[in-house]
Design a protein around this ligand. Structure first.
Ligand SMILES: *[C@@H]1O[C@H](CO)[C@@H](O)[C@H](O)[C@H]1NC(C)=O
Ligand SMILES: *[C@@H]1O[C@H](CO)[C@@H](O)[C@H](O)[C@H]1NC(C)=O
Ligand SMILES: *[C@@H]1O[C@H](CO)[C@@H](O)[C@H](O)[C@H]1NC(C)=O
Ligand SMILES: *[C@@H]1O[C@H](CO)[C@@H](O)[C@H](O)[C@H]1NC(C)=O
Ligand SMILES: *[C@@H]1O[C@H](CO)[C@@H](O)[C@H](O)[C@H]1NC(C)=O
Ligand SMILES: *[C@@H]1O[C@H](CO)[C@@H](O)[C@H](O)[C@H]1NC(C)=O
Ligand SMILES: *[C@@H]1O[C@H](CO)[C@@H](O)[C@H](O)[C@H]1NC(C)=O
Length: 923
């Protein structure tokens, strides 16, 4: 017992000693639960005080590994950023090190890729390519504020995570550069030559805990092309290193020498080509007689200028066992860096090299111009989750309740803190945001007067309703030139409503303020509601409402009666985020119940048969039972399921889950009520009600968006491989979604050669068929065929419809379109409310898509743009019911065509009805 106590006491002493011993060291064990001191005497602490959010996980990888790497903290794969905030001393240099050991912590084997930033500066993209290999990033900075933030963001694949985060304070002028207020130094190489083992040298040998990698550590493209005759030497004698960057003695006690006259090396420099900081460290550690010399020159192939100075270590360092550190403060280096040292003719010894350091200059991004004001604002609410997101308010991703513009140094344009329990006086920092357009602070407990918003001249929407604000309404509000909506109802405002506000054409609600008066006379007035339809950039006066101002008693209006106006629709991000939840697993009996034991067959797609189902809760589903040979094994199936559950987009059929039991592999999707595009073009529904041209364009647009997501929104890119009109499904509202995606390996790279050509006759890219080289452009070909189907209503392969010598829609349609005869290919059933110009646009796009060589075909984004332009043409001509200018001469694939316009005059068809909203209390 006594020994145990002693031991504990000793450990306590030890840990507090090491704490005291290492001022300026912070070592975060991300995901860790307790404090501990490791074998080398570093104190590791849990990270939960430094970050808000994220979850922790244990990893298991083969071999013995230091404790701090066996846990991670990971974050949802969303569009937010997750930041660590660390305190630092200003005007002091620090080394910041982050490490990432994936270890398959989420059991998904889906290697993460995400961005790492420091403050608003993009530091590096972390790409995991081996679950058991650690990625490490190091950077040196001069602290310019009392905190620094390290953020993870932009999950491209998998979930962002981190293993450790370390901060090491430097001393004196270590790593001073003249550029340090504009640039960080990002580490590319720090090498200990002649190392006695593969282990790195770090703390306590290096008092600053820099990690000096052994030159014998074998990594890809690390120190190759070593010259013959290279030998490692070492000494036990002390080395005087007390100058400059002070490499540790242990690093300087070993070196390589070129016994045959030269030393050569080649290595890849992360982040280069770039301007960098590169220093070499020499110390003479061999004893040789006074008549011997060691003189050599630096050799960089192709750059003779570097070879001018001659190094004589002993002379330069003024003695043996002393450090000499020549280098370049700003040198431009390539990614593949070859260098060497060659002895001069009058030297008796070959060159020596003890150590080397290379950093890249990383330009500092100073982030949002509103960072100071926003930082000061959130500092009042340190307890609140929303105030602890950390980092810059806008970059690399904005705080979840903030929106910013895309300036080089972005401005905050929107703040949404509705119902966040804000208390106290109105935060004045928010009146210092010149870019602010929208401010929502409704439903809080703010007190005191409403300030002057003169510092935010761009304000359009102000929501201050349902607070406890008092005092008068400032008349300066009327001077905001862009103001459109002002809500101050249900506060404790008093005095007269400024005349300027009453006469402004804005939506203005000030009801429910006991002592606020509008003046003496009439009790009713007219307010014009102005509705903006975002995205269409069109202002519509939609109505006039009468507002009866009745003086109410007190603030005791039930809160539920004063629901605020729904937020104006934001330009929502087009790509949905990578989902974090893993796929739902259904039991086979659940599926059997839902489908009535696979009773109603609704189709057969690639890999299996599709059945209709209805879950107990009434949700309709489509159940795809995969044929047994679709997957080689359970593991492969589950991999596909994981992949599928990560693909989410509004124009892709939603994957709901899977079932795997009794040898049946089943995928469950949302049910699409209106069946396939194919049926609507050629099935019974086509005869009942043919799709008109704008509808066809919208379907093409939807499908293109879905494909664009697969091609550009996923990493690695997903190639559909089986696009066809029967894989484009239509929902209740006739919006299209692409189905049957993802059941194929993502394209690993462009040279990926697949053994089985997958696809459907008529849609299959001939180039892919011949070369078996799969690229996105194969999908483009298939999509081109679908566009031709939309124009012509024909099936892709037919024995009868395309004339004597032609069986294929591509050859048939191309010959007519290229000859300017679009009428010959047009669907005879197409209602004639189309615009010829938009039809031509799609025909030309289709012809581009089916070009024989992939490289000649457009990308899906280019195709999407053409479709959207065609829709715009259609809408404009539809809206005005008049003919746009006649198309004089149409250059189509070299031939010139005259086409007369056919004009539709059905204006009501395409007018989009703006969303109306009437405010409560405005009736
Ligand atoms: C990680 O392992 C530790 C003990 O080895 C355990 O206490 C902890 O609950 C584990 N954490 C997770 C997230 O599984
Ligand atoms: C996110 O990462 C992808 C892939 O590295 C990159 O192309 C994209 O520009 C990044 N987005 C942002 C906002 O940094
Ligand atoms: C930092 O500098 C101080 C004074 O210059 C010195 O006493 C101290 O030993 C230095 N620390 C390290 C780790 O070199
Ligand atoms: C260093 O690593 C290499 C390759 O991993 C190995 O062959 C060699 O034996 C190691 N050397 C020492 C001293 O451990
Ligand atoms: C290096 O020098 C040694 C003797 O000093 C010699 O035996 C050897 O062949 C030389 N190697 C090369 C590649 O020149
Ligand atoms: C380095 O030199 C280049 C070329 O002279 C110059 O453009 C650059 O600003 C310098 N500094 C850095 C940090 O790149
Ligand atoms: C506001 O406070 C209430 C009561 O304390 C609490 O239930 C609610 O979660 C808080 N809301 C926010 C957004 O913090």
């Amino acid at each position: 017992m006594a020994t145990l106590l002693h031991l504990l006491f000793f450990q306590l002493l030890l840990s507090s000693a090491s704490k005291a011993q290492m001022p300026g060291f912070v070592s975060l064990d991300c995901g860790g639960k307790e404090e501990y001191t490791d074998d080398i005497g570093l104190l590791w602490i849990p990270d939960d005080q430094f970050i808000h959010g994220g979850q922790t996980a244990n990893i298991s990888i083969p071999g013995e590994n230091p404790k701090q790497y066996m846990k991670v903290r990971y974050f949802p794969a969303d569009s937010r950023k997750y930041c660590y905030t660390l305190s630092v001393k200003t005007r002091t240099r620090y080394l910041v090190r982050a490490s990432f050991l994936y270890g398959n912590f989420d059991k998904s084997n889906f290697y993460p890729m995400f961005d790492l930033s420091i403050g608003a500066t993009h530091w590096s993209t972390i790409v995991i390519s081996d679950a058991n290999v650690m990625e490490v990033r190091e950077l040196i900075l001069l602290a310019s504020s009392p905190t620094i933030s390290v953020c993870l963001s932009n999950a491209t694949t998998g979930q962002p995570f981190i293993s450790t985060l370390e901060l090491r304070q430097f001393n004196g002028s270590l790593y001073y550069t003249t550029y340090e207020t504009q640039f960080f130094l990002s580490l590319s190489a720090r090498i200990n030559f002649g190392a006695e083992s593969n282990d790195s040298v770090r703390y306590p040998d290096d008092p600053f805990d820099r990690i000096w990698e052994s030159d014998s550590a074998r990594r890809a493209n690390y120190l190759v092309d070593v010259a013959p005759g290279t030998e490692a030497i070492s000494t036990e004698k002390p080395i005087d290193v007390s100058t400059g960057e002070r490499p540790p003695e242990k690093v300087m006690q070993t070196a390589v020498v070129g016994q045959n006259g030269s030393l050569t090396y080649r290595l890849d420099l992360d982040g280069f080509p770039a301007n960098g900081w590169a220093f070499s460290y020499f110390a003479e550690i061999e004893d040789f007689g006074p008549d011997e010399t060691r003189k050599f020159k630096l050799v960089i192939p192709g750059l003779p200028v570097f070879s001018k100075p001659t190094v004589d270590v002993q002379e330069n360092a003024q003695g043996k066992y002393r450090l000499y550190e020549p280098g370049y403060n700003n040198v431009s280096l390539p990614f593949v860096f070859s260098f060497g040292f060659r002895k001069t003719n009058d030297s008796s010894r070959g060159p020596i090299l003890n150590a080397l350091e290379i950093y890249k200059y990383l330009q500092i991004n100073f982030g949002s111009q509103d960072a100071t004001a926003m930082g000061s604002f959130v500092s009042h609410y340190q307890e609140a989750d929303w105030a602890r997101e950390g980092g810059d308010p806008c970059v690399p991703a904005s705080w979840s309740w903030v929106q910013c513009n895309s300036d080089q140094q972005p401005r905050v344009v929107s703040i949404n803190l509705s119902r966040k329990n804000l208390t106290g006086n109105f935060p004045l920092e928010l009146t210092k945001l010149p870019g602010l357009v929208e401010l929502r602070l409704d439903g809080n407990e703010l007190t005191g007067p409403i300030p002057d918003f003169g510092g935010c001249p761009n304000l359009e929407y102000i929501h201050l309703e349902n607070n406890e604000l008092s005092g008068a309404l400032p008349s300066s509000l009327a001077d905001l030139p862009s103001l459109r909506e002002l809500y101050v109802q249900n506060n404790m405002l008093s005095g007269l409503v400024p005349q300027g506000l009453l006469s402004k054409k804005i939506i203005f609600n000030y009801s429910g303020n006991l002592h606020l008066r509008k003046g003496k006379k009439d009790t009713s007035r007219v307010i014009i509601i102005i509705c903006s339809v975002t995205g269409v950039s069109m202002l519509l006066v939609i109505g006039i409402a009468y507002y009866l101002f009745t003086q109410r008693k007190g603030k005791n209006i039930p809160k539920d009666k004063v629901t605020s106006v729904p937020p104006a629709k934001k330009l929502s991000t087009f790509f949905s985020e990578v989902a974090t939840e893993s796929a739902h697993k259904y039991s086979l009996s659940e599926i059997e119940d839902a489908t009535g034991k696979f009773e109603k067959r609704i189709g057969s797609g690639g890999f299996g048969i599709v059945y209709y189902g209805k879950m107990a809760d009434g949700k309709e589903i489509a159940v795809k039972v995969l044929t047994n040979d679709s997957f080689q094994g359970i593991r492969e199936f589950l991999n596909e399921v994981t992949l599928l559950s990560r693909i989410h987009h509004r124009n892709l059929v939603t994957f709901l889950g899977y079932s795997q039991q009794d040898g049946k592999n089943i995928l469950v999707y949302e049910f699409m009520h209106n069946g396939t595009l194919k049926e609507h073009l050629r099935g019974p529904s086509a005869r009942e009600r043919t799709l008109n041209w704008i509808k066809r364009l919208e379907i093409a647009e939807d499908a293109a968006k879905g494909i664009e997501y697969l091609h550009t929104g996923c990493f690695p890119t997903i190639i559909h491989r089986d696009l066809k009109s029967s894989n484009i499904l239509l929902d209740k509202h006739m919006r299209a979604k692409v189905s049957d995606f993802g059941l194929s390996k993502p394209a690993v790279d462009c040279s990926h050669v697949s053994s089985i050509v997958r696809g459907t006759v008529g849609y299959l890219d001939p180039e892919y068929y011949i070369s078996q080289q799969l690229t996105e452009k194969s999908d483009i070909y298939s999509f081109g065929v679908i566009l031709l189907e939309l124009i012509s209503g024909q099936e892709p392969i037919s024995n009868e419809n395309f004339g004597l010598n032609c069986r294929n829609i591509v050859a048939w349609a191309k010959s007519y379109i290229e000859n300017g005869n679009i009428e010959a290919v047009m669907d005879p059933m197409l209602p004639d409310d189309y615009n010829m110009q938009s039809l031509w646009k799609i025909a030309e796009t289709a012809v581009m898509c089916v070009k024989p060589q992939g490289i000649q075909r457009p990308t899906i984004s280019e195709v999407l743009k053409e479709i959207q332009e065609a829709i715009a043409i259609e809408r404009v001509s539809g809206l005005h019911g008049e003919c746009p200018a006649k198309v004089i001469s149409k250059k189509t694939m070299g031939s010139s065509v005259n086409s007369d316009m056919i004009c539709s005059a059905t204006p009501e068809q395409n007018v989009s009805v703006p969303e109306l909203f009437v405010q409560p209390g405005l009736r």
